[in-house]
Design a protein around this ligand. Structure first.
Ligand SMILES: Nc1nc2c(ncn2[C@@H]2O[C@H](COP(=O)(O)OP(=O)(O)OP(=O)(O)O)[C@@H](O)[C@H]2O)c(=O)[nH]1
Ligand SMILES: [Mg+2]
Length: 214
């Protein structure tokens, strides 16, 4: 299988939705609380430490950073949600832009939701996953920073999160991950491949359910 992520290139940064690349093809966004490791995840996935900027200061990613995977397939690194220290005006601007992006972007097929394994499924994560499911988007949860826990504890959290996810989203999947140690990359890339290769699956399933319910 060709590794499309290894051929990833930086496309552009958008301050506002209107600056994004044309809304054609297929796009996957990386979302999650500030500091959870979204940028680190993109770097690990693409094998390029400099692809997305990483910072020890939360709130670093304040733009929608777009990456090109070829054939009109893209990754988008979103600014973290739940970051309190940016000025209110900027925060409001971002909330509005990201909401616009998530609701209006036709090429968006799925979201990777990065969480710190030590603080999984915060309220906003749950709302986000619920919304993604209702909107017919794929979602995949990364329990990142797994290197902070021993394997037994990692598995316990995975089980707990799986249990809770059932009540939040019909389609969401979850895995243990460490962007730092590059653990779980294979499972993540397989998941994203499957979305790119069969982007209609979630939409179709939902349409069928709606029809069944009539
Ligand atoms: N131990 C450990 N630290 C990690 C891991 N992934 C990310 N970090 C650290 O967590 C911090 C935040 O990582 P980023 O990738 O910048 O997080 P982000 O979600 O993009 O943050 P914002 O853009 O500010 O929302 C950095 O100091 C990373 O080095 C991991 O798997 N393990
Ligand atoms: Mg970032």
């Amino acid at each position: 299988m060709k590794n499309i992520f290894a051929n990833c290139t930086f496309l552009k940064s958008a301050h506002i939705v209107s600056q994004l690349p044309d809304d054609i093809g297929l796009e996957i966004a990386v979302a999650g609380r500030s500091n959870a490791g979204k940028s680190t995840t993109i770097n690990a996935l693409t094998g390029n430490k400099k692809m997305a900027k990483i910072s020890k200061t939360p709130g670093r990613t304040q733009l929608l950073n777009c990456f090109d995977l070829g054939d009109n397939r893209r990754l988008v690194d979103l600014p973290g949600y739940g970051y309190a220290k940016v000025p209110v005006k900027i925060k409001q601007h971002w909330d509005r832009e990201i909401e616009q992006y998530l609701q209006k972007r036709k090429s968006l097929i799925g979201v990777v939701v990065v969480m710190d394994i030590r603080h999984p499924l915060k309220d906003f994560d749950k709302q986000f996953l619920y919304w993604a499911d209702q909107s017919g988007l794929f979602s995949h949860v990364l329990l990142n920073k797994a290197d902070k826990f021993k394997s037994g504890k990692q598995k316990a959290v995975l089980l707990q999160v799986k249990k809770e996810l059932v009540n939040i989203s019909r389609t969401s999947t979850v895995q243990i991950f460490s962007g730092l140690k590059k653990e779980g990359i294979e499972q993540l890339s397989q998941t994203l491949y499957s979305w790119f290769n069969d982007p209609g699956v979630v939409h179709l399933e939902q349409q069928n359910e709606e029809q069944d319910g009539e």
